[in-house]
Design a protein around this ligand. Structure first.
Ligand SMILES: *Cc1c(COP(=O)(O)O)cnc(C)c1O
Length: 406
């Protein structure tokens, strides 16, 4: 970890985002963090004092990103990884052993679930999936050997909200740590550390980098031993972030405080638009009045977030027709980017979750996820509206009749 880049910490988050990780001693006074696109660092002498040796162990550009993330989250230690999934797997490799147990929210990123369900059990680590918005369910799932409770809020893809403060209180006299995947809101949208998270996890691929340009992940914590273990495993298995992607992520961070409110305001507008559409049975958005997690989401989130989910009356057929009729929005798996991205979780990101379990969790075949981008919200609404019109033949006929009448 590099030392703080600030002579003194600026009080406003957007100022911190612009300057985080940037060293005042950068070569030639470079205004951006230099990109050390190198695998290797030559050593002047054997056994001399060296900071970096080989970029699988550490790299100055990656270290700058770690400093920035740590400053912004308000946690002393950060480790950057080449993907969000490698951040999560490295954390679990560093902290669990055969016989251990993990409790995980039942609605989480598909890859997190796949690792806990299909891979970790081979090493003797078991996972129980529970509704993390139900404290009794979480409490009942805890065992003496439970290492972590892992949650996402709002959760991918149904936007289910859980109460981080209440979970932290529940775990306070147990041996389990609370791990929060804060990918959907970032430190600017949800201060999970103040709410009681012990460990914060990111896919920086999403809102942090924010431009569909670089995969990445991070684990942040206050525990030096844990950080040392993470760095040790990362070096051993090779999951460190690449210098180039670290550089792109640092650049993305600078505008995150500007992007997040734009994503969120547009997302609320789109959620409200969808709510009024007859083809849409249900809309999920944390800040939509009357949604199940509304009170908690208003309390613990600074923004509603950039992701909306909607359920089609016509189920699978409706979702597929809608996705194929879009012209501006991209049909893709990513989220948190400049472009609006529509995903069909049942066939894309959550295709590996058992269909009966998917249904139980509300990841139904008619569910689509919209990551609302930075386009003008009117243009996004127009594209969605045109795609909805393509759904119902009856609507099309009426429209055609109108045109003929004109
Ligand atoms: C995308 C995502 C991940 C995985 O991140 P990658 O960078 O794609 O490996 C983990 N958690 C959440 C909430 C995500 O959205």
């Amino acid at each position: 970890m590099a030392v703080s880049s600030f002579p003194q910490t600026p009080s406003h988050a957007s100022t911190r985002a612009v300057h985080a990780g940037l060293s005042r001693e950068a070569p030639f006074g470079s205004a951006t963090t230099p990109l050390f696109q190198t695998t290797t660092f030559a050593q002047r002498e054997l056994n001399g004092q060296i900071v970096h040796t080989y970029s699988r162990a550490s790299n100055p550009t990656v270290a700058a990103l770690e400093t920035a993330l740590s400053e912004l989250e308000g946690l002393p230690f950060a480790a950057a990884f080449n993907t969000g999934m490698s951040a999560i797997t490295t954390l679990l490799l560093a902290t669990t052993r055969s016989g251990d147990h993990v409790v995980c929210g039942d609605v989480v990123y598909g890859g997190t679930r796949r690792f806990l369900e299909q891979i970790l059990p081979r090493f003797g680590v078991k996972a129980t999936f529970v509704d993390a918005s139900n404290l009794d369910a979480v409490s009942a799932a805890l065992r003496p050997e439970t290492k972590h409770v892992i949650v996402e809020t709002p959760a991918n893809p149904t936007l289910k909200v859980c109460d981080i403060g209440a979970l932290s209180a529940l775990l306070s006299d147990t041996g389990s740590t609370l791990v929060v995947d804060n990918t959907f809101l970032t430190s600017f949208g949800q201060d999970v550390v103040s709410l009681g998270a012990d460990i914060v996890v990111y896919s920086t691929t999403k809102f942090v980098e924010g431009h569909n340009s670089a995969l990445g992940g991070a684990v942040l914590c206050a525990d030096r031993d844990l950080h040392d273990r993470l760095v040790h495993i990362r070096k051993s298995v090779g999951t460190i972030q690449s210098p180039n992607n670290a550089w792109l992520t640092l650049r993305g961070l600078k505008t995150l405080p500007l992007r997040l409110p734009r994503h969120s305001n547009s997302a609320l507008a789109i959620a409200e638009f969808l709510l009024a559409q007859p083809a849409v049975a249900e809309v999920h958005y944390p800040w939509l009045q009357g949604s199940p997690g509304y009170q908690v989401a208003r309390r613990q989130q600074r923004y509603g977030g950039g992701v909306v989910a909607a359920e089609f009356v016509d189920g699978y057929a409706g979702a597929v027709q809608f996705c194929q009729a879009l012209r501006l929005c991209l049909l893709a798996e990513n989220l948190g980017a400049t472009e609006t991205i529509v995903t069909h979780p049942a066939s894309m990101t959550h295709g590996d979750v058992d269909p009966t379990e998917r249904e139980r969790l509300g990841i139904r075949d008619g569910l689509i996820r919209i990551s609302v981008g930075l386009e003008d919200p009117d243009d996004i609404v127009a594209d969605i509206s045109d795609a909805l019109e393509a759904l119902g033949p009856s609507t099309r006929i009426e429209r055609h009749a109108e045109e003929v009448a004109l």
